[in-house]
Ligand binder design. Structure first.
Ligand code: B12
Length: 284
């Protein structure tokens, strides 16, 4: 099998990936703090960056949960494809590392440069997918701090493969896509986007908990903060929310499905006895 930039891009497009770019692993634009591809794989030659568009219907859906589901599925497509292509490349003799569209992230309570505790814990990708995409000309960073592509604006999810395959790299492009219209700043509910700057703490706080206020630094500000939390608790259930949002792959019961006898195709192969099924549920 011939492995080159063209054949890899074709394989990825055939899998349903919308945009593919290839960056030279030695010359990646790095974010802050910098995380290079060669720190992940010293022998890396290329970074294959891929993007899958969100469904625009999901972007416009009336409830963010519908978008979130779409996000999960775009991540799954990206991750599954990155795993599949990495395995093909490794079979051909090139060490390859898929970088997921989602987790993991490095977690920092303290600033590693100064040792000082951050006001709020910060998270960092093992590779900046946005910067990798900019490096290979897929798009540019907008005022909203997101990758904008000519094809889908900010509405795509990213993923990458760090690999030993030496591939022809795509060049960075000057695209001038962001109109600086300021709508992202007006829309930002947390104040994270302001005057052309992005502040990660209020963004993380609102993204994770839906709170517009950061936990106060000064003790006399706490009563107001607690009032805000009490308002939230009147209509929100953190336990159910957390479980529904983050533990979507855990099921403790499928009894109603298991016992159902319907399904003509299985008549010949369905066992006579249904054995009990172990699950995490308690008996009493
Ligand atoms: C961690 C993370 C987050 C965190 C932190 C974001 C951040 N900017 O740091 C939170 C949860 C807040 C977040 C929010 C969002 N994210 Co996010 N996120 C990531 C992730 C996993 C790593 C990003 C990273 O490394 N950030 C650190 C640096 C690179 O961020 P920076 O903004 O350039 O600069 C800040 C830091 O340097 C920070 N900083 C300064 N000093 C220090 C020191 C330390 C130790 C640290 C940790 C940070 C730090 O200050 C700077 C400005 O505030 C990437 C996937 C990936 N592996 O790249 C997705 C990713 C960037 N996120 C994405 C998206 C879509 C979002 C959200 C829209 C949320 C959502 N619902 O999906 C918002 C958008 C926020 C925004 N406008 O920037 C997409 C972007 C797609 C695109 N079109 O560009 C990515 C690429 C995921 C993907 N697979 O597609 N995200």
């Amino acid at each position: 099998m011939e492995i080159n930039a063209h054949s890899i891009k074709k394989m990825l497009h055939d899998e349903g990936i919308d945009i593919v770019g290839i960056a030279d692993a030695q010359n990646l634009i790095l974010a802050h703090p910098p995380r290079s591809a060669t720190a992940l794989m010293p022998s890396a030659r290329s970074v294959i960056v891929m993007a899958v568009a969100h469904s625009l219907g999901a972007v416009y859906a009336p409830d963010i949960m519908l978008w979130t589901r779409n996000k999960i599925q775009t991540s799954r497509l990206l991750d599954a494809t990155a795993e599949k292509i990495s395995r093909i490349l490794e079979r051909e003799g090139f060490l390859s590392l898929p970088i997921s569209a989602d987790k993991p992230v490095e977690i920092f309570k303290q600033n590693p440069e100064t040792g000082r505790k951050f006001r709020q814990t910060r998270t960092l990708g093992f590779l900046s997918l946005k910067q990798a995409a900019v490096t290979c000309g897929m798009g540019e960073l907008g005022r909203n701090n997101l990758l904008l592509t000519p094809e889908f604006g900010p509405h795509q999810r990213l993923c990458a493969i760090v690999t030993e395959v030496p591939l022809a790299a795509d060049s960075k492009r000057e695209l001038d896509l962001c109109q600086d219209c300021g709508r992202c700043e007006e829309a930002c509910p947390s104040g994270a986007l302001k005057a052309g700057r992005y502040d990660v703490d209020p963004c993380f706080n609102y993204w994770a908990y839906g709170f517009k206020r950061l936990p106060p630094d000064r003790f006399w500000e706490w009563p107001r903060y607690i009032r805000m939390l009490r308002q939230h608790l009147k209509r929100r259930d953190p336990l159910v929310e957390g479980a529904q949002t983050y533990i979507t792959d855990v099921d403790n019961c499928i009894e109603c499905m298991r016992v159902c006898p319907v399904g003509g195709n299985w008549e010949k192969i369905r066992p006579k006895l249904l054995p009990p099924q172990k699950s995490g549920g308690t008996e009493k």
